[in-house]
Design a protein around this ligand. Sequence first.
Ligand code: NAI
Length: 460
Amino acid sequence: MSGTHSDVLILGGGSGGYACAFRASQLGFSVTLIEEDKVGGTCLHRGCIPTKALLHTAEVADIARTSETFGVQAKFEGIDIDAMHDYKNGTVERLYKGLQGLVAQHKITTVVGHGIVVGDRTVEVDGVRYTATSVVLATGSYARTIPGIELGDRIVTSDQALNLGFVPKKAIVLGGGVIGVEFASVWASFGADVTVIEALPRLVAAEDPWCSKHLERAFRKRGVTSRTSVKVASAKESNEGVVVELESGDTLDADVLLVAVGRGPRTADSGFAEHGITLDRGFVVTDERLRTSVDGVYAVGDIVGGLQLAHRGFQQGIFVAEEIAGLHPVPVADHLIPRVTYSHPEIASVGFGEDAARDRYGDITSVVYDLSGNGKSQILKTAGGIKVVRAGGEGADGPVVGVHMVGDRVGELIGEAQLAVAWEALPSDIAHFVHAHPTQNEALGEAMLALAGAPLHAHS
Ligand code: NAI
């Protein structure tokens, strides 16, 4: 059976897919969006939004636990799991309603079902064929697991961990990447005894090692155990809990094991490879303009190798719509994409770490401004720092090429950091801008002052 022909057909309604749909519609194209589950995808329903809601509950728990430090008489008496899920689900639901309203407003034709590429710019859903002038693949990613470790009620990925019906007393997190660290943080705030197992020598291994060091130290203070450079040999679940055996020979037990070892691209069951779309280890191969190996077919979001972040997907979706419209948009540069890990403390970074910057620019200079010298951070009682990396050796005035931050709320500082890196600002350009006092932004300003050779509040 033949369905509609559209200018742009998008397979997958997550961050990348719906952003592309909205922009394409704004540009005057007829748009069909195929989604088998809910518009909003992983980010809205199983990722960014619900996890950050849990992290906010965790922050409230920490505030309650430490309230007396701030002169408030309150007590942390535990987590009301049903109320917590109501709050989280309510947040998702409100955003979902808003998103559905926007889909309707943009006059996007939505098709519910599993789409399969069956021919040249042709996608079939439940026996109905939809054709288009341009096709955008945006099928997203799934939580990877480890062969030999069977998922169950207590061995879970982030999908199930979000809806866990109990607060674990003891939790093991397999994988010290972003998801692992965020859940470790949540469960530690809820009072659990948490161990993170990471195969690499440090947590958040994609970040500058300085960030890992600060995070590991902060986790240690919070009672979170980090076991790095070690792999899991086996994991078994019983009614009472899980038993995890490490390759080192140690055995650990807990109420729950979270498997957070990365996300794989969802490209296996939609006819991509069968219709000439080149894949590399499951990821769709694209050029800089997000064109796949098949003419008129583009790919965006987590199925394209690189940072798997919702905001990258959004931007790539917008890019492709504008590319199809012939607007010659600027390609999305991965190193300019801000990264935030919302643990307690947070990690936020943009641009290159010291090693990558040195590889690219040769001589570099970096400074660290410790949050102990920042008034607002002291008020909040958060430790950490801001590291700024600029190109050029001592005494030069090269552009800022990387900013790395650790501390509560530093995610909110990423905007200024991103502008500095993306605009290739010189520290001396920024140093004379006034930062409001007392804010954590001042710490970024101080780091720029130091790099420009005129630190105000630095201890020598
Ligand atoms: P990840 O790739 O960030 O981390 C996975 C970690 O698991 C790695 O450090 C890896 O070395 C480790 N690992 C793999 N196999 C292992 C084994 N057998 N034993 C021990 N350790 C092992 O992946 P993650 O944390 O699952 O996140 C998936 C994606 O979702 C990431 O790309 C992340 O950026 C994104 N995400 C982003 C968030 C944010 O921006 N705040 C929040 C959550 C996820």
